[in-house]
Write a protein that binds this ligand. Structure first.
Ligand code: AMP
Ligand code: ZN
Length: 486
């Protein structure tokens, strides 16, 4: 087993040696997508980051139970338990049942995760599948005196909780400041305290998704599903809880409060948060209108994109930044990633053709050690990428016959590439899609142009007729040659 993994813990604001509650078992919970619309590339960054962490912990020898939920109920538009239900609103817009919306976007999410070659989590529980567990948890919180019911809605009592526990433990904010910065309760507000939040919300007559509860027909609040499902599948105290940084201040803060108010224990030992994917420095989000959908990125059909980039190129782009750093989207960075990804894939295929000799010029064990040290340092993927480029340089040198490697080191090199490129990073050779096709076609069109310039009409005609037989029509104009499918 690989030991000495250091994890940056948001809870303590420092790197700590990772010591699971029950080695070699690791319980990891990551807040999954809210499936009322398509995931954008920012969401994907968070899920890809945790996939790499999941993969590395498995590689290190841990038995990981990775739970990533699907939020399919309980999300109101406002962040203070107000506004329309996002699922119902979308269902009306698309003229579908709310559960059809859930099914559509869950399948879409899984397909995107498959294209990025991420592993499925061990359990993918849904909020609607765990209404009973949420109701049970709310009953315990009420019984412990940390919640109150008003007219069919149950609120968490932050003030009462704060008498015993630290509500702002995760973000280290000052409670007084938070109170001062939170809107005052309005006349209609049923809440006792400004920071109180709903555990259970009374249904209105028009509410589409509602369930029976001891407090009448209603639906769960935004945060309770994660407390209920993490406790059910990982226990009252488990190892890692993760999500995007934007979740820490409200969702995760409230999750800790609920879990502690129920079990009297801190739910997770290590809280891990990924940083945001940004566009021109602004956080990528659908509401800001700068959220690329993965398929827009793959096809290049978006005004900010110069061309399409394949899933593996995009994943490589993400691996080149540490998960706690912001990552700014740009065409230039993606073009560089495309080249970097190809370099690694070419090295992987050349490696199969290299023969061992009696002596060696390279110390592969030291290279592997540097990769392990980097991953142990809070999953420092950009440093590992730099080491893998070094491996690619060695492979090219060997392939060109400019160096020697013995059988042991050659096996070590093969194992290193398999472990880090394939198993830990989940990078794989991908079929050249439409992009590759266009590039080849451009090259053929250029060859024809050169033939014409050299007055070699026999060749230029051969190319034109050959393409026509394949269903590709060329059209010459003053601006150059364009093509279309016949
Ligand atoms: P949601 O579907 O909105 O609940 O978000 C799913 C996950 O994506 C959460 O963990 C968010 O924190 C994360 N997320 C949202 N926007 C971004 C972004 N721009 N960059 C990285 N992660 C994000
Ligand atoms: Zn959550």
């Amino acid at each position: 087993m690989i030991t000495g993994i250091q994890v940056y813990n948001t809870l303590t604001r420092r790197k700590e040696i990772f010591e699971p509650v029950n080695t070699p078992h690791v319980g990891m919970y990551v807040c999954g997508p809210t499936v009322y619309n398509d995931v954008h590339l920012g969401n994907c960054r968070t899920f890809i980051s945790f996939d790499i962490i999941f993969r590395y912990l498995r590689y290190a020898g841990y038995k990981v139970r990775y739970v990533r939920n699907i939020t399919d109920a309980g999300h109101l538009e406002g962040d203070r338990d107000e506004g329309d239900d996002k699922f119902a609103k979308r269902a009306k817009l698309e003229q579908l049942e709310p559960m059809e919306i859930v099914q559509k976007y869950t399948l879409g999410f899984r397909e995107v995760m498959r294209l990025f070659n991420t592993l499925p989590p061990s359990i993918e529980p849904t909020a609607t599948g765990h209404i009973i567990e949420q109701i049970e948890m709310i009953k315990v919180i009420l019984g412990n005196g940390f919640a109150y019911e008003v007219n069919g809605t149950v609120y968490f009592d932050v003030e009462k909780y704060s008498e015993t526990y630290n509500y702002t433990i995760l973000t280290n904010r000052n409670l007084e400041d938070m109170l001062a910065n939170t809107r005052e309760l309005g006349g209609q507000d049923e809440k006792r305290g400004r920071l109180d939040f709903a555990l259970w919300i009374k249904a209105k007559p028009e509410t589409l998704m509602k369930w029976a509860s001891p407090w009448g027909l209603g639906f769960p609040g935004w945060h309770i599903e994660c407390s209920a499902m993490s406790a059910k599948y990982l226990g009252d105290t488990f190892d890692i809880h993760g999500g995007g940084m934007d979740l820490a201040a409200t969702h995760h803060t409230n999750e800790i409060a609920q879990s502690e108010a129920c079990s009297r224990q801190q739910p997770a030992k290590y809280w891990m948060h990924t940083n945001m994917l940004t566009v021109n420095g602004a956080r990528m989000s659908k509401s800001a209108g700068n959220g690329f959908l993965p398929h827009e990125l793959f096809s290049g059909k978006h005004p900010l994109l110069k061309k399409g980039y394949s899933p593996m190129t995009v994943k490589f782009f993400m691996l080149q930044a540490h998960y706690r750093s912001t990552l700014d989207f740009s065409n230039e960075a993606l073009e560089a990633s495309e080249k970097g990804y190809r370099r690694l894939m070419n090295a992987l295929s050349l490696l199969q053709k290299i023969q061992a000799s009696g002596t060696t010029d390279f110390d592969i064990a030291a290279l592997r050690e540097r990769c392990v040290v980097a991953m142990n340092d809070d999953f420092n993927t950009p440093v590992v990428i730099a080491e893998l480029f070094e491996a690619a340089r060695i492979i090219n040198t060997l392939y060109d016959g400019k160096g020697k490697i013995d059988a042991g080191n050659l096996d070590g090199l093969k194992q290193l590439m398999q472990d880090f490129v394939v198993d830990v990073f989940g990078l794989q050779e991908e079929a050249q899609g439409d992009n590759g096709f266009k590039e080849v076609l451009d090259m053929v069109i250029n060859l024809r142009r050169e033939a014409k310039e050299n007055k070699d009409y026999a060749t230029s005609d051969k190319i034109r007729i050959g393409l026509q037989e394949m269903g590709i029509q060329l059209k010459d104009s003053k601006e150059g040659t364009t093509w279309s499918r016949t």
